[in-house]
Design a protein around this ligand. Sequence first.
Ligand SMILES: [Zn+2]
Ligand SMILES: [Zn+2]
Ligand SMILES: [Zn+2]
Ligand SMILES: [Zn+2]
Ligand SMILES: [Zn+2]
Length: 153
Amino acid sequence: MCSKEISKNVLFMRMNVLVLLFSFSSFAMSQRTCGRCDGTGELVEHCAYCKGYGEKYCSTCGGYGVRNCGFCSGSGSMRCNYCRGRGTVNNGTEYCPKCEGYGNVSCSNCSGSGKVPCPSRDCYDGKVQCRQCNGTGLHRWRCPNCRGTGQVR
Ligand SMILES: [Zn+2]
Ligand SMILES: [Zn+2]
Ligand SMILES: [Zn+2]
Ligand SMILES: [Zn+2]
Ligand SMILES: [Zn+2]
């Protein structure tokens, strides 16, 4: 083996190391925090469906939490069945014992209030949880810029 051959090999090895170092440093430098998600890997935005409140007005009751009673149309009273609304019984000789002569009794369906609770099971105090964000008011999804890694090249 001549000396020329050895120095050639050394040079070749040195170049390999340099190439390795160079590629490693360029790899490290090219990785930077994703500016779109600040490195968290996910994007968070206010839910567009509930404007970030996490709840919406109930469409069934319009946000009131109650509805007009369907039995009495919200009046709270209904015609007395005992006297058929006349207020008297026995051919008009006695006041009706059920409605005391008024001809109307308080609605049995709503107990005279004229309102019934909203029939929607999801409704509480006229509001329903936003289904699009499960009530969190936020939408999270994987950052498309960094594919959820938080780092971009
Ligand atoms: Zn990102
Ligand atoms: Zn929402
Ligand atoms: Zn409701
Ligand atoms: Zn009556
Ligand atoms: Zn009623």
